[in-house]
Write a protein that binds this ligand. Structure first.
Ligand code: PMP
Length: 399
């Protein structure tokens, strides 16, 4: 059987990795021990590539809420909410998310990926214009494709470039949808939200912000960059995921639109898939309650991020952004990045490796995600593993 061109390209990558004897995309965690430790290849390994920003996966309250839901409501819903009915808890979580953000209503999706797919494809159709940041997550690109709308990419984090492209649309700019992320998943850099809000208001367009990597991490109440930047009221749609700071799976969108109820039914990724399991909903509701008041966890996360950022800077590495929950080390060449990643794993530290074209620009990345659950000793052990790479160049001030 012949493979299509895309599969052939994937096969070529798999074969190249096999030649190197490195398989970063097939890592098996034999046993998960804590939010920050697992057994990989028989070795106790520090997990520094999880997105488990608040360490919520082992939160006692969440586990108890999930266990009770499992006992009371069973393992799964076995169907779509539209065809098979919603459980009351699905709707309660939607209203809790809307209340958390102070928005009119919310919609829960089965993953964060589907939240972007579902919202973009419900809001825009053929003939409409969706303007997206060039470094957008795959789910935003795929949502645009599903919508059939014109996709207009603007330069990463560049509101002036966005304004230029909106101006070219003339009267259509007022009907356009702009999609950006709060914190970008690869480099951990932040969007200049206040400037984007100024542009969207100037043209009358709608603005959607994906807060996947800043919900729970930023802001006094953990609403994310939208809170920290003080722009929440001006954001039309906030999209997020349960798979990071909330420690589960699922996704959501909240907004002030009077059409939220219509949007859900116009969204194929909402309509044509099974709804989230009762245990997932119950644990996520508990996690959301915890997240809002988790100032101490956010503080610990900040301290850990600063410790890792400072440690890696002292080792002479170039980092993607100022200290944040995502700390990305720019490595440059692909094969070096893969060897470096493998070296870290053999030294008991698991991070993510990202190579072009998945990365912004030409650089490969070793992406660390910091958790409030990491101990300072674990952060130091991560730095020590990086220091043992022959390419580390400690500066005079540290290392
Ligand atoms: N948006 C962004 C910015 C992401 O980084 C991710 C996941 N990495 C998603 C959406 C998808 O979220 P989920 O894992 O819940 O599908």
């Amino acid at each position: 059987m012949s493979l299509n061109a895309r599969l052939q390209a994937v096969r070529a990558v798999r074969e190249e990795l096999a030649t190197l004897g490195i398989d970063p995309f097939g890592v098996q965690i034999d046993r998960i021990v804590t939010p920050t430790e697992g057994i990989i290849h028989g070795r106790r390994t520090i997990l520094a590539g999880t997105n488990n920003y608040l360490g919520m996966t082992f939160d006692r309250g969440c586990i108890e809420a999930a266990s009770a839901a499992l006992e009371n409501s069973g393992t799964g819903t076995t169907g779509s909410r539209m065809a098979n009915g919603s459980y009351a808890a699905h709707r309660e979580l939607e209203l809790e998310l809307a209340a958390f953000y102070g928005k009119r209503d919310g919609i829960v999706f089965s993953t964060g990926y589907q939240a972007n797919l579902g919202m973009i494809s419900a809001l825009a159709g053929p003939g409409d214009n969706v303007l997206i940041d060039a470094d957008s997550h795959a789910s935003i690109y795929d949502g645009c494709k599903l919508s059939g709308a014109n996709i207009i990419r603007f330069r990463h984090n560049d509101p002036a470039d966005l304004a230029k492209r909106l101006r070219r649309l003339g009267a259509d700019a007022a009907k356009a949808l702009i999609v950006i992320e709060g914190v970008y998943s690869m480099l951990g850099d932040r969007a200049p939200l206040d400037e984007f809000v100024r542009v969207k208001k100037e043209f009358g367009a709608a603005l959607m912000v994906d807060e996947a990597h800043s919900m729970g991490v930023l802001g006094e109440r953990g609403q994310g960059l939208v809170e920290e930047a003080g722009v929440l009221d001006d954001i039309d749609y906030v999209v997020g995921t349960f798979s990071k700071s909330l420690g589960n799976t699922g996704g959501f969108c909240v907004g002030d639109s009077e059409d939220m109820e219509v949007l859900r039914y116009a969204s194929r990724p909402y309509v044509f898939t099974a709804s989230l399991a009762p245990a997932t909903i119950a644990a996520t509701r508990q996690a959301l309650r915890t997240l809002e008041g988790a100032r101490d966890l956010r503080q610990r996360l900040r301290e850990n991020a600063e410790r890792l950022h400072a440690g890696l800077t002292a080792l002479g590495f170039t980092l993607g952004a100022p200290a944040n929950a995502v700390v990305a080390v720019l490595v440059g060449e692909k094969v070096e990045a893969l060897r470096f990643w493998d070296h870290l794993l053999k030294n008991g530290v698991y991070v993510n490796v990202m190579v072009p074209p998945a990365t912004p620009g030409e650089s490969s990345l070793l992406r660390c995600s910091v958790s409030a659950a990491h101990t300072p000793e674990q952060i130091d052990a991560i730095c020590a593993a990086f220091a043992s790479w022959p390419g580390a160049r400690p500066t005079a001030h540290g290392g």
